[in-house]
Design a protein around this ligand. Structure first.
Ligand code: NAD
Ligand code: UDP
Length: 317
């Protein structure tokens, strides 16, 4: 990807799942990376393999209080925010703060240097969608006071703030709406469906399918998502722009696939559906295809196999 060599980039949330892959990709492209993280849901372990790289610096900091300023910043990629329902339901106020104060702080850093700013927003801004698949023009269907609202409304606030900094202060911004992303380095216990099912299958536990499992998600391999983020950073697009795989699957089918791929003897057990759990989710990715030349390339089968191999190694210690 052209245009990243030597660019001084601050990645907030860089020691998280997506952030760690993003830092790695940015370094491969020749960028100078400042990874800023408070390790609330991430960990230095996720970027340990990058620590010796001459262009990589890891800084522990809570971006809700302020984003450390390395000087002469060219690009700010703002990913800091708990993303798993288990995490953000445990830290509701912290989640609201990082989505609000954290986003303002990251935008102010970008403004100070005339840097480009990329917000990692989410398909959750569409809530439990009444339009399917979801296009960027859809305004969403979100319960503003439900338990998930700390994340959904937090990200909607973050988008509004990002748009306002562009309109009123001329900051060069872009908003990515990321759909469910999976792959190695997800936290094993963060409750998200892919690590949950894989861990259960590999340890012979029953797979906990929520409700009747007819709800759908569209799962994107992490390197595909990161490629979309990098293309967006290198473009002049503002978005919002959907980044996700448009292959949709029910959670029951996903559970069956995971059992089959891992050769597991696990059974399937049904557990209570969480409150406000979206019924369906699938991105319309025409805009990303046309504006960024981006399409996800990893098949679900291969992506799940690779994640399963990584998890097996991790569980073996
Ligand atoms: P993650 O929890 O693994 O990563 C988030 C990172 O942000 C963690 O390292 C955490 O320690 C850090 N963080 C949280 N609050 C912070 C604060 N106040 N100051 C500094 N660092 C802080 O989650 P992820 O899946 O890697 O998600 C990364 C970003 O992508 C999030 O903004 C999330 O909303 C967005 N996103 C992810 C997905 C997905 O499926 N993974 C989907 C949509 C959007
Ligand atoms: N889910 C499930 N079993 C689990 C974890 C999640 O059936 O052990 C379901 C969850 O209810 C939701 C879907 O899988 O319908 C995706 O959940 P996840 O937490 O990964 O992401 P979300 O899209 O809800 O943010």
């Amino acid at each position: 990807m052209s245009g990243l060599a030597g660019r001084r980039t601050v990645v907030t949330g860089g020691a998280g799942f997506v952030g760690s892959w993003l830092c790695e990709r940015l370094l491969c492209e020749g960028a100078v990376v400042w990874c800023v993280d408070d390790f609330s849901t991430g960990s230095p372990d996720k970027v340990a393999h990058l620590s010796a790289h001459p262009n990589f610096t890891l800084v522990e900091s809570d971006v809700s209080r302020g984003v450390p300023d390395p000087g002469n910043v060219d690009l700010v990629m703002h990913l800091a925010c708990a993303a798993s329902p288990v995490h953000y339901l445990r830290m509701p106020l912290e989640t609201l703060r990082v989505a609000s104060d954290g986003t303002v702080n990251a935008l102010e850093l970008a403004e100070r240097y005339g840097a480009r700013f990329v917000l990692a927003s989410t398909s959750e801004v569409y809530g439990d969608p009444l339009e399917h698949p979801q296009r960027e023009s859809y305004w969403g269907h979100v319960n503003p006071i439900g338990p998930r609202s700390v994340y959904d409304e937090g990200k909607r606030f973050a988008e509004a703030t990002t748009a306002a900094y562009q309109r009123t202060r001329g900051v060069d911004v872009a908003i990515a709406r990321i759909f469910n992303t999976y792959g190695p380095r997800m936290s094993l216990d963060d409750g998200r469906v892919v690590p949950a099912f894989l861990k259960q299958a590999l340890t012979g536990e029953p797979l906990t399918v929520a409700g009747d499992g007819s709800q759908t998600r569209s799962l994107c391999w992490v390197e595909d998502t990161v490629d979309g983020l990098v293309r967006l950073a290198c473009s002049t697009e503002r978005g919002p722009i959907n980044l996700g795989n448009d292959e949709e699957t029910t959670m029951l089918d996903l559970a069956r696939t995971v059992v089959e791929l891992t050769g597991s003897r696990s059974t399937i057990s049904h557990v209570e559906l969480p409150e406000d759990d979206p019924r369906v989710r699938r991105p319309d990715i025409s805009l990303a295809r046309q504006a960024l030349g981006w399409v996800p390339t990893m098949s679900a089968e291969e992506g799940l196999k690779r994640t399963a191999r990584w998890m097996e190694e991790t569980l073996a210690g």
